[in-house]
Structure formats: C-alpha cells, structure tokens
Design a protein around this ligand. Structure first.
Ligand SMILES: NC(=O)c1ccc[n+]([C@@H]2O[C@H](COP(=O)([O-])OP(=O)(O)OC[C@H]3O[C@@H](n4cnc5c(N)ncnc54)[C@H](O)[C@@H]3O)[C@@H](O)[C@H]2O)c1
Length: 468
C-alpha cells in the first residue's frame, strides 16, 4: 500500500514535468519519505520500451548545425568559440532580448559567416527547437529555462547541451533521464571544469594508477559574485535582484555544485563502476546573501534561503567520500579546491597546486617543481596534447571552454558517446534538492537516487571516447 502511494506520487510528479512546463513554487519537487533515519526518494517510473542510455551513441553528423538559446554573458561567448570549431554551422540564435540576438547575428556577419535564423521572446526557443535545420541546441539561459529548453529540444529530435547547472530539481533530473532513454538523443551537461589542465592531467595520472586507490576527493565553487550580481539578466524593471540572486534567495542547498563535483566524479568513475550512495549537507545561515538582497531589493529580506557557505558530504557504494562546497557570497580568493587523496599519492589544485607520490619514504612536502614538471610531461592528458594549443588561442576560462565544446562536436561528428551523459547531469545537479532535503531536516542522511536504474556498473571506468 505504502509502495503504491509513493508510486502514484512519483508518477504524478514526472507526468507533470514531462507534460507541462515545470512549476518551481513547491518546496520540494519530488516525493520523499523516511527509512530508518534516512531520507529516501523513489526512482521515476520508466515507460514500456524505454532502455538504458549508458554508453549511448547516436548516428554521426557530418556538419553539426547548432542553435544557441540564451545569449547573455555566457551564451554570446559560446557563439564566438563555435566559430573556431571545424564541422560546425551556427544555424540559429535565440534570446529573450531581441537586441542580444542581433548582437550575435552581427558578430557572425562580421566574421564572414552565413546568417543564422533568429528568434526572440519568452517562447522563441520553441520555434528554434522546431526548426528542422538544427542538430544540437546549446542552452545558456538563466536557470529557470535550462530544463524547459532542453526538454523541448529533445522532444523535437535534437541533441541538447545545457549550461550548468543543467537541471534544478529532482523532477527535472528524472524527466531528462527518461526523455533521453526514450528518444535516444544526447543531453549533455556543459561542465567546462572537467577540461581544465590540472584536472585533465590528474585524471590521466589517476587512470594510470599513480595515486593507488582514490579514497577521498573534494571540490568546490567558491567565487565571490559581487561584480556579477547586477549583470545577470533581469526580466523588466520590476526585477531588482536578477535571476541568480533571486534563485539563491529562494532555494537552500548547493545550487551550483557541478564545477566542484564534475571533475572529482570522473576521478571516482561514478556510474562507471561506483555510485554515490548517501549525502549529508550543512550550511551556515545567510549573512552576506541577505545583506545583498536587501541592498539591491530595497526591502527587508528575513528569509534568504541559501546559506553563505554550504558543505555537502557524499559517500559512495564503494566507501569513498566526496566533499563539495559552495560559497558565492563572502569575499575570498577563487577556489574549486579539487583535491584527491589516494592510497599511494595526493593531488591538490587550490589554493596550492601540487602532487605527492609515495615512493616508500614519507615527506611533508609536495613534489619539487622539477619533479612535478617531469610528471606532467610524462602523464600529459591525451586531450591536452590534442586541444590545448588551440584552446589557449581561442580562450574561454583559459581554454577549458573551447576544449569542452570541441570534444562535444568531435563525439557528435564521430557517432560516439559524449564525455558527459544525462546520468552525469542528473547525479551532479540533483545535489541541490537532495542537499536542501538534508539541510532542512537537521543534516539528515539522504539516499542518492540511482538514475541509471541498476546500470552503474555496465561501463568499466570513465573514458573520453575516441574513434577507433
Ligand atoms: N560553465 C561556466 O563556467 C559558466 C560561467 C558563467 C555562467 N554559466 C551558466 O550559463 C548560464 C547563463 O549565464 P550568464 O552569465 O550568461 O547569464 P545572463 O543573465 O548574462 O544570460 C542569461 C540569458 O538568458 C536569456 N533568457 C532568459 N529567458 C530566456 C528565454 N525564455 N529564451 C531565451 N533566452 C532567455 C536572457 O535574456 C539572458 O540573455 C547560467 O546557467 C550560468 O549558470 C556557466
């Protein structure tokens, strides 16, 4: 009876998400219950004939026709980067604001490229997704629209690539998993931090066994956004906070977890041999966030939901621990932490970059600069050998944005599985709502849903797919 009850609740939630535009007003988007002191959510029901998308490839596309939705700070730079990638045609441009579409259109004209179809307004993306001249919809809108655009794109037979965080709720995560499994189109999370140089080299070293068994990792997004808050898009003069500060005001949990979690999840082969099992989260109260909302909103803000600093601890099925932090509020140096502790070695990126390898004698220090340089030469990531030189020229967060985009296009052009799939998207993005459930219930343990529905060991280890 209890099972039937939760099945009905779950089914109702997913049908609402897939059938209609998502609602963001309820406290939690997904039904949950207690099981022996742990908060548990049920998996979404699958439809008949739906099958796993683990390792999914799609037919190769010779020239990938891309439609961009969201041309603000991030999306307009994505358009620029794509003009440097071979095998791509920028086929369509869309933003709520017509003048942003015109600016990117002008950019293409001045670069001597063919014109793209243009769309604007709140629902312009629907016409873009219906355009048969598009293979890939690249989404860089505010967080309210990521899911709506991705869903619309996949329903129209397009692949979707979605900026981070690509889904904001468990309902959105499950709906995208179901859509991909049903429609066999990619839904890629655009986690650029997986392509930074230290991370790529360290991943390669880890895959060669240099650190032994990796037992603990940490990652973060610690970035004071003071200079950006008022630059984020505002929907009209009534909107005084802009979408990002408003989202932080309205939601608890790590609402931007993927820069920290993505690269370390790849180190641990998450859903390629291991699986995140349980999390617990703890956050400070809101001090600075509330101050900002009052400063920009011009009225008291007694209930700013997002704590200034949120910490989430995750344990995997194989007994590894992941620590993820989020702080976009307090003044401090930028950090994504990125730390790996293994049975034979250690790596750390922020605030001090270094490696430590155990060779039978203990030391208190990282490897010397020359030893590190030799290590990085010997274990240079094959991806960097291929992309780094051009990535430096094109730029975008030091080149990692270009490498991410170029890899996505490479996989689509060669009919390969993408580096990051819809399960990565769901696992990494679900931290927000799962974390809020923990935070709002005394940091209780919360069970991670298995978005793969039992297929998390089908692939043996994370890999960047290459054509044979
Ligand atoms: N991966 C990274 O390093 C990185 C860096 C910055 C931003 N981001 C992500 O990129 C996304 C965009 O961020 P941003 O800084 O460009 O924000 P922004 O506010 O500058 O841009 C958002 C854009 O979305 C547009 N938009 C809103 N509703 C729309 C609709 N219905 N249809 C089409 N367009 C619509 C707005 O008009 C605006 O141009 C966010 O998800 C953010 O988290 C990622």
């Amino acid at each position: 009876m209890r099972k039937l009850f939760f099945f009905i609740l779950t089914f109702t939630a997913i049908v609402t998400a897939v059938g209609q535009e998502a609602e963001y007003v309820q406290q939690y988007s997904w039904p949950w219950h207690w099981r022996e002191g742990t908060i548990v959510t049920e998996p979404a029901p699958a439809t008949e004939g739906q099958r796993t998308a683990i390792g999914m490839a799609a037919p190769a596309i010779d020239t990938v026709r891309v439609g961009f939705v969201g041309l603000g700070m991030r999306g307009s730079d994505a358009v620029r980067r794509f003009t440097h990638i071979e095998g791509v045609r920028i086929a369509a441009l869309c933003d709520y604001e017509a003048d942003r579409v015109e600016a990117s259109s002008r950019f293409l004209r001045e670069a001597g490229l063919p014109p793209a179809a243009c769309y604007s307004g709140e629902e312009g993306y629907k016409a873009l997704c219906a355009n048969p001249d598009i293979d890939l919809v690249y989404v860089a809108t505010d967080w309210h629209h990521h899911f709506l655009v991705a869903k619309c794109a996949i329903e129209h037979g397009k692949h979707a690539a979605v900026e981070v965080p690509s889904a904001m709720t468990l309902t959105e995560c499950w709906a995208l998993v179901n859509l991909v499994e049903q429609r066999r189109r990619h839904c890629v999370i655009l986690e650029n931090c997986c392509y930074d140089e230290f991370e790529l080299n360290t991943l390669h070293m880890a895959q060669q066994g240099l650190f032994g068994e990796i037992v603990r990792v940490q990652g973060a997004y610690i970035h004071t956004l003071d200079e950006y808050w008022m630059q984020y898009w505002k929907q009209g003069p009534e909107d005084r906070l802009g979408w990002r500060l408003r989202w932080n005001r309205d939601y608890a949990g790590d609402v931007y977890p993927t820069h920290g979690l993505g690269p370390v999840a790849q180190l641990l082969d998450i859903h390629r041999g291991d699986r995140m099992a349980t999390l617990t989260a703890m956050a400070t109260a809101s001090f600075r966030g509330r101050e900002l909302a009052e400063q920009y909103g011009g009225e008291p803000c007694p209930d700013f939901k997002n704590g200034d600093h949120t910490t989430t601890l995750i344990r995997t099925v194989k007994g590894k621990v992941i620590e993820i932090q989020h702080n976009v509020m307090t003044p401090q140096p930028y950090s994504r932490l990125y730390q790996l502790t293994g049975t034979r070695g250690f790596a750390n990126k922020y605030p001090t970059e270094g490696y430590y390898l155990y060779d039978g004698t203990y030391s208190h220090r990282f490897l010397t600069d020359s030893a590190r340089a030799a290590l990085e030469t010997r274990y240079r990531s094959p991806l960097l050998a291929e992309y780094a030189e051009k990535a430096h020229r094109v730029g975008g967060h030091g080149g990692m944005d270009y490498t991410m985009d170029a890899r996505l296009i490479y996989c689509l052009r060669n009919g390969l599985p993408t580096d990051m799939d819809v399960y990565d998207l769901a696992e990494w993005c679900s931290l927000a709502e799962l974390g809020a459930l923990s935070l709002e219930h005394g940091s209780a343990p919360v069970e991670f849903p298995d978005f793969t529905r039992g297929h998390w060991q089908d692939l043996k280890g994370f890999r960047h797919w290459q054509k044979k």
